[in-house]
Every structure is written in C-alpha cells, then in structure tokens.
Design a protein around this ligand. Structure first.
Ligand code: ATP
Length: 615
C-alpha cells in the first residue's frame, strides 16, 4: 500500500516538474487597435469614434526554459500584450502569434496557465479545497481522483502553502490568508495542469520584496522543467531583474527593447543611454520608457527621448527579430481540428458533480443562514395572525392573502436570484477562458445547487400561513396552493437569473427587476380590474396574474357562493376575482411552465459570451 502511494507521489511530482510538450512562443508585429467612442454632452445620431493603437508592432520569441518579463510604465500595453499572447484578446488584433508554429487552439488552451492580476478565488473555500476542486476539474480523465488530490497537495508543498492549507481564502469582508499566499494559490491553480506555457499579470504587485522574490524564484525554478513563462512586472528589484532570461520594454505600445535580460544595459549604453549613478536597472528602464534621459544636461524633451529610443529599436533590433520570428506567419485558419472530446478534461457529469459540491461548500455559510429563515418565519407568523382563520365570507381578506402570496413569492426569489451571476462573473470568465468546464454543467449546478433551500423556505411559509389563515383545509387544495407558490418561485427565480446574466450589474439589475416585478404585480388583476386595452397585454406575461389565477383555483369552485351582506353572491363575481376568472387554469399553468424554461434559456444565452474573446 505504502509502495503504491509513493509511486503515485513520484508520478505526481514528475508530472509537476517536467512538461510533456514544450512550447516556443513567437509573436510577430503584433498590433492592437481599439475604437474609442467620442463622449459629448449631446448624443449624436452617428456616434463618432476614434481609433487608438494600443500595441504598435511588437515582435519577440520565448523558448522553452525561458522566462520573459514585460516591463513598461503604467498604460504602456503590457497587460494587453499578455492577454493577446495568452489567446484571450479578441477585437482588432493584427500580426501573428504562434505556439510551436501553430495558431492558438483548444489543446493549447488547456496547456496554458494564465494568472490574472486580481486573484479571482472563492472566499469561503480553504486553500486545499480551492486547489483540489481545480485539480478535479482541470486534470485529465486518465488520472484517478486520488492522484488529482495528491497533485493538489504537491502544488501546496511546492508553493510553500502548507502552513495555511486549512485556512479560508477570505476577502474584504472575511479575514483569510495573506495577499502573497493568495497570489500563490492563484499560481498554484495554473500550476496544477503542469502547463507548458504560463502567463502571469503582475504576479508581484502589492507584495513585499521578500515575498515577490520568493514567487519569482519559484517561477524561475519552473522554467527548468522546460516551461515557457511570460509575465508583466512593474518594478522588479535588481535581484529579481537578473532572473529574467528575456526582457521586453514597452513605451506607449512601442517596443524599446526585446532580447536577453543580461544584455539590456549594454544595449542602451551602446545607443548612448547609461545610468549616471548606480541604480536598479528596472528603475533606469522605466525612466527611459517614460522619456526621462539619464543625461541631465540633455536638452531633449520626453517625447524626443522616446522617439529616439523607438528609432534606435527599429534600426538596431527590429529587423533581426522579425527575421527570427518570420515563420510565425502561419495560416490563421482555425486548427481546433482535434476531436471534440479532447477539449474537456472531464466528462459533463463529473463537471456537474464537482461544481455542485464546490458551490455547496462555498455557500455552506449561506444555505442555513439563520437570518433568512427568521425573516420568512416572522412574516409567515404575522400573516397567519393577520388573516387568522379567515373564511370565504371574508372574500376580500382571503383573496388579498392569495394575492400577497404571489407578490411575496415573486419578489423574494427574484432578488435572491439576481445576485447569482453578477457575483460569479469574474470566476466564470476566468474558468471558462481556461476551458475548465462546459457552460451547461456550470449553469445547471449553479441553479440546482440552491434549489433545496429556495424551495424549503416557501414551503415552510405556506404550511404556516395556510393553516393559520384557515384556507380550504383538504390536502388537495393545500397541495395545489403549495405547487402554485413553488412554481411562481421557480419562474421568478428564472427571471432574476436572466436579468442578472443580461445586465451583469447588481444595481441596474435590481432596479430593472423591481420595475418589471412591480408592473407584473400591478397588472396581476387584484388592484385594478379595468385596465385600458393598450396596456392590458401585460397580464399575459405577468407571473403574478398567472400565479394568482392558480391560487384562486386552489380555493374556489366556479359555482361557489359567499355571504355578501344579506345576500348570497357568487365568488366568481367578486370584482378582484371576476377580472381574472376561475376558469383557464391550464392556460396559466402552461404560461408559467413556458416562462420557467424561457427565462432560463435567456440567462444561459446571456452567459455564453463570458470567457470568450470578442471577435
Ligand atoms: N478596452 C479598452 N478600452 C479603452 N482603453 C483600453 C482598452 N484596453 C486597453 N486600453 C488602454 O490601453 C492602454 C494599455 O493598457 P494596458 O492595461 O495594457 O496597460 P499596462 O501597461 O498593463 O498598464 P498597468 O501597468 O497600469 O496595468 C491603456 O492606456 C488603457 O487605458
């Protein structure tokens, strides 16, 4: 048994250290342009836009075993270039980028790690949970679950996270691990797949120099396994600077230098720029990229210095680099020619189950949120007392209670669901862009995971109020009413999911949601019965109206009467019921079922664009 486990360990660590398919990355004359719309006080009919070139012809090459640092002032285009090289930039991207002389494809995508500047992690999972779930989702089917877990453990050890492996990640509200540890977890998530190519956006930003040194040294170690590493970095210390095999210096999208790290100072010296005092090479280079000449007596202004440096690059380095990367000029036809099944590391069912478990763990603190249960219980008890043992003779009260059901169980699930996707947007974008799972498995796991709790609360509410308020006491009527409320919950939830997914901004989605739900409620047939024809169509799409109809159907028969003063009146003639009618239950049921599916399809379609580079 012990021998077997040490075998697995050996396999895992060798997988960790050596890459199977080393990658040579070449980029040739990369140009990136964006359109910026002119902002004015008055909106013009034909919006004017100006083109802005973010990258102005950047060329270079990184071989397996090399680490490239991209330096430059803020806004010089480092992140844009990194995103382009990582195959995640859509839009007007010119030039060519090749990976072993092939364009980016789905297999390459799975072989590439990309660590974004902001750490996108679930705050309530522990370090181990985070890495184990990532391992289960990203490692190939050929490994057993045990091997995947061990791979995660190996990464934890390798990145020095053992001490905090049981701590939660945390965020601004919940105290968790430190910034440096969080960054290492993000790197670890990418390391798990043993990528041949690793991109990192500012992996040291906001960290003290010792932690930064530790992270870059770890990355340097990784290159020894034949990895190709590309990172943007702001201001590395001199000690860090000399760890980089290759350096690219950018200024306003123009390359000022690309070549071997140790040669950079000699190059600038050869074109007449050398530091007047001993200084950190990175500081010197950033000054240059900002157009600040080391020669204080120089009369040139910043733009002239920059132009001089761009010209020097073009005459000294550009031609050679272009010749070296010329074979990057490959056909840009899509070579995602690999079998479809190769695209995913795990099967749909595995993805669904892992995502479901992860979601439940991440939201375990929410699921049994005492506050939510208390809120619903208090409102239910209040309703029960206010409508205490009301009978059919108090038809106004009873129909009021039924309409309150539709309002409360329309708004409550809608606002819960609106939060779902905007909160997960960054995570979804990160994980989908690394090809971790299918959207359908994520979507289902995310919407099914919360279902039990979302159905338990209205059920509890219905049980309490129904019997306290003395509604029709037979089991059939109760179950019909409960079914109507649960259906309304699911439909409103679908609407909330769709609004959140379309708008992706909590404030706007909440405003839009309340306007829509309010119009549905107003058109629900209780408050107003004589609706003008031009607006009466709302009732057909009103969740409240259809639910109200089903609830009325659960309580009253068509020929049922009640005592109105000294007379006997037909329930069906009571104004707040007459406009809705007691017939046509099946149509309302059908309408709600259609909405149940429709809103979810809308939400799904809206999510499809996330994590996919814009064309
Ligand atoms: N989609 C966009 N819309 C408008 N401007 C953009 C867009 N993408 C990039 N830019 C602009 O392009 C320039 C380069 O941005 P980029 O994020 O690549 O710079 P950077 O060198 O990584 O900066 P930093 O070090 O501050 O992160 C910036 O001026 C930025 O405002």
């Amino acid at each position: 048994m012990e021998a077997q486990s040490s075998d697995i360990e050996a396999q895992s660590s060798s997988l960790f250290e050596q890459v199977k398919h080393p990658v040579t990355l070449k980029f040739h004359e990369v140009v990136y342009t964006i359109n910026i719309e002119k902002q004015g006080w008055l909106k013009k009919k034909n919006k004017e836009s100006i083109e802005k070139q973010i990258l102005k012809g950047v060329t270079g090459m990184v071989s397996p075993g090399e680490m490239l640092a991209m330096l430059g002032p803020s806004g010089s285009g480092k992140t844009t270039l990194l995103t382009a090289l990582g195959g995640r930039l859509g839009g007007k991207l010119g030039g060519t980028i090749s990976y072993n002389d092939k364009p980016f494809n789905s297999v390459m995508k799975r072989n590439t790690g990309f660590v974004t500047q902001d750490d996108v992690l679930y705050p309530h999972l522990t370090v181990t949970e985070t890495l184990v779930f990532t391992a289960l989702l990203r490692l190939p089917k050929s490994l057993t679950k045990q091997q995947k877990v061990e791979q995660a453990e190996a990464v934890i050890t390798q990145l020095g996270l053992t001490r905090c492996k049981t701590s939660i990640i945390g965020d601004a509200l919940v105290r968790g691990i430190s910034g440096g540890e969080r960054k290492r977890v993000s790197i670890g998530q990418e390391m798990l797949i043993n990528p041949s190519l690793l991109f990192l956006d500012e992996p040291t930003s906001g960290l003290d120099s010792t932690t930064a040194q530790r992270i870059v040294s770890t990355l340097w170690e990784l290159t020894r396994g034949g990895r190709t590493i590309v990172m943007t970095i702001h201001q590395p210390s001199s000690k860090l600077f000399y760890l980089f095999h290759k350096v690219l210096l950018l200024s306003e999208g123009n390359p000022l230098f690309f070549g071997n790290g140790p040669e950079i100072m000699d190059y600038f010296q050869s074109i007449g720029f050398s530091p007047s005092v001993a200084m950190n090479p990175a500081d010197f280079l950033l000054d240059l990229a900002n157009g600040i000449s080391p020669d204080e007596s120089s009369q040139e202004n910043q733009n002239e210095v920059k132009q001089k440096l761009v010209f020097a690059y073009k005459s000294n380095l550009d031609e050679n680099l272009k010749a070296e990367t010329l074979d990057a000029e490959i056909q840009h036809k899509d070579v995602s020619d690999h079998k479809k099944s190769d695209r995913w590391s795990t099967t749909w069912v595995q993805q669904f189950m892992i995502l479901l478990r992860r979601g439940l763990k991440e939201r375990r603190h929410e699921s049994f949120e005492v506050l939510k249960i208390a809120q619903v219980t208090v409102i239910a008890l209040l309703c029960g007392l206010l409508w205490w043992q009301s009978d059919t003779d108090h038809i106004q009260d009873q129909s009021g209670l039924l309409f309150f059901y539709t309002g409360f169980w329309g708004f409550f699930p809608l606002f819960q669901a609106i939060f779902t996707f905007p909160q997960e947007r960054e995570m979804l974008a990160k994980e989908r862009s690394s090809g971790m799972y299918k959207l359908s498995s994520y979507f289902l796991s995310r919407t099914i995971g919360d279902l039990p709790m979302e159905l338990v609360l209205p059920t509890m509410f219905c049980i309490l109020t129904y019997w306290m308020a003395g509604l029709k006491p037979d089991a059939g009527s109760f179950l019909y009413a409960l079914f109507s409320i649960l259906l309304s919950v699911l439909v409103s939830q679908g609407l909330g999911l769709a609004l959140g997914a379309i708008v992706m901004d909590l404030k706007s989605a909440t405003v839009l949601g309340s306007v829509i739900m309010l119009s549905f409620t107003l058109a629900g047939g209780y408050y107003v019965q004589n609706v003008p024809p031009f607006i009466s169509w709302i009732k057909y799409v009103s969740i409240s109206q259809h639910t109200y109809k089903l609830l009325l159907g659960s309580q009253y028969e068509k020929d049922q009467t009640y005592q109105c003063g000294n007379q006997t009146c037909l329930v069906a003639d009571y104004p707040a019921i007459k406009s809705i009618g007691l017939g046509g239950q099946v149509i309302s049921l059908g309408a709600l079922l259609i909405m149940l599916v429709f809103y979810r399809v809308i939400a799904y379609v809206a999510l499809m664009k996330i994590g996919v580079p814009k064309k």
